[in-house]
Design a protein around this ligand. Structure first.
Ligand SMILES: O=C(O)C1=C[C@@H](OP(=O)(O)O)[C@@H](O)[C@H](O)C1
Ligand SMILES: C=C(OP(=O)(O)O)C(=O)O
Length: 468
């Protein structure tokens, strides 16, 4: 990270090996979680393309949002922190520039949203923009995006590899027009093109053709975010979108909490028993985490909504299920942990594309569960989990934030689970270790949302400290 431009601070945080705390009784906690990664990174992009400055309140501050902020700053966009605002970090003021500045290299880190969404914008730069990523993310699918961008007139030098790193030879504008894409590997290809489309010379007519399109709620989120800024996306047929060329309205936006990051905390109540509430749960949301109420109740939780909170009570056992998770692939690691403790086998399907996430999540989840004595099997488009008694051992995070949180969930009920690198959670939730310890140690006020303050008192208990 380029620390002289932007840093998501928060002081020293645990990294490296971390002993997952065991819950020695039912949980009782109410906590808030920081802003949504998906909404923060969409709103940063749209604010950068808008007609004037926008303020984003309660944005996420994590590795993924830092990568997005740095990328836009490198392209000439002004992004200022409004010091002292916000519970989990400062609000941001975004001042657009047009055309974007070229002659720069952008490190997307591990962030799928940065590599797909910034690629859509890079043609608006005058000059070369080289996109690269963390070594572990260079394998992530980009080929279909490169092809679609070429089809709308963007000049890309990828050395013939159809993957990162590549250089966009920006001309200060992108033609647009009609393009067909196979977005079965990632919905982010569609979102990246739709987000940039209003600023294409002639707009965009995008057609998906290929295998099943994953993560529909994330595409709905893109369309809704565009709509808030005056861009109406037409959907003439499933898998087809039309975006007219036109202005993107400047607008101040409040970012919702990250419901996928709330998932392990809610699921914890089902493994340890007790009640966990997430405060500030939106009434309406396009986040896939909005499906959690239905999914957790199907798996045996008592779920309710009160005073703006999502409340999950567990302890009555976990039901094995057959579940199509194609709309919410990023919830797979959390549901997988629940399935390991269920009363019957679980099949999660519609998620073949998560092999292309931060790691091959199907292989990693199965391999790590087997390492703790568990049983799981790979399916062509999913995983089958057969509950077995588990024992302690090292849970490798594979550089993946959601693998780390899955290890923490298993460790609630299995003594001796050690996560090899808890620092991976900084991708979307740098506060995870302290929030989790607060949850297990009962530090979270059950009537109040002061999660950050209460959790920080116990953050040193289980891990080495190192600067984040
Ligand atoms: O657009 C987004 O913000 C996201 C879309 C999904 O990607 P895929 O469709 O590649 O799974 C999701 O898994 C990812 O965490 C965030
Ligand atoms: C798949 C994920 O991330 P990304 O946005 O990098 O694709 C995720 O957060 O689960």
């Amino acid at each position: 990270m380029n620390a002289d431009r932007y840093s998501h601070d928060g002081g020293p945080r645990p990294r490296g090996r971390w002993s997952a705390p065991v819950a020695d009784g039912p949980l009782r906690a109410a906590l808030a979680v920081p802003g949504s990664k998906s909404l923060t990174n969409r709103e940063l992009i749209l604010a950068a393309l808008a007609e004037g400055p926008s303020i984003l309140s309660a944005p996420l501050h994590s590795d993924d949002s830092a990568r997005m902020i740095e990328a836009l700053q490198a392209l000439g966009v002004g992004i200022e922190r409004l010091e002292g605002s916000g519970h989990f970090g400062d609000d941001l003021e975004v001042t657009p520039v047009w055309p974007l500045r070229g002659g720069t290299e952008i490190d997307c880190g591990q962030a799928g949203t940065v590599m797909r969404f910034v690629a859509g914008l890079a043609g608006f730069a005058r000059g070369d923009v080289t996109l690269t990523a963390h070594e572990s993310a260079l394998h992530r699918p980009m080929g279909a995006m490169i092809k679609a961008l070429r089809d709308v007139g963007v000049d890309i030098d990828d050395g013939g590899h159809w993957s990162l790193p590549f250089t966009v030879r920006g001309r200060g504008h992108t033609r647009g027009g009609e393009v067909t894409i196979d977005a079965s590997a990632s919905s982010q290809f569609v979102s990246g093109l739709l987000l940039a489309a209003p600023r294409f010379d002639v707009g965009l007519h995008l057609i998906h053709s290929g295998g099943r399109l994953p993560s529909q709620p994330h595409i709905d989120m893109t369309i809704e975010s565009l709509g808030h800024r005056g861009v109406h996306v037409e959907r003439p047929a499933p898998g087809e979108w039309v975006v007219p060329a036109g202005p993107v309205r400047a607008k101040d936006i409040a970012i919702e909490p990250d419901l996928s990051n709330a998932a392990p905390f809610l699921a914890a109540a089902m493994i340890a028993g007790g009640t966990v509430s997430i405060t500030g749960w939106p009434v309406h949301s396009t986040q896939p985490g909005a499906m959690l109420g239905d999914i957790l109740s199907l798996m045996g939780a008592r779920v309710s909504r009160r005073g703006g909170a999502m409340i999950v009570t567990g302890g009555a056992g976990i039901t094995g299920v057959d579940l199509d998770l194609s709309a919410a692939g990023e919830l797979t690691p959390t549901i997988f942990a629940l399935a390991a403790f269920a009363d019957a086998p679980t099949t999660l399907y519609g998620i073949g594309h998560i092999r292309g996430h931060e790691t091959d999540r199907i292989a990693a989840l199965i391999g790590e569960l087997r390492g703790l004595g568990g049983e799981a099997h790979e399916l062509e488009d999913g995983i089958r989990i057969v509950p077995r008694p588990l024992h302690g051992g090292t849970w490798h995070a594979h550089g993946d934030h959601r693998m780390a949180t899955t290890g923490a969930l298993l460790g609630l009920a299995v003594p001796g689970v050690e996560i090899d690198d808890i620092g991976t959670t900084a991708k979307t939730l740098p506060e995870f270790p302290e929030l989790w310890l607060g949850l297990v140690e009962g530090a979270h006020d059950t009537g109040h949302a002061d999660a950050a303050g209460t959790a920080s008192r116990s953050s040193a208990a289980h891990a080495e400290e190192a600067p984040a």
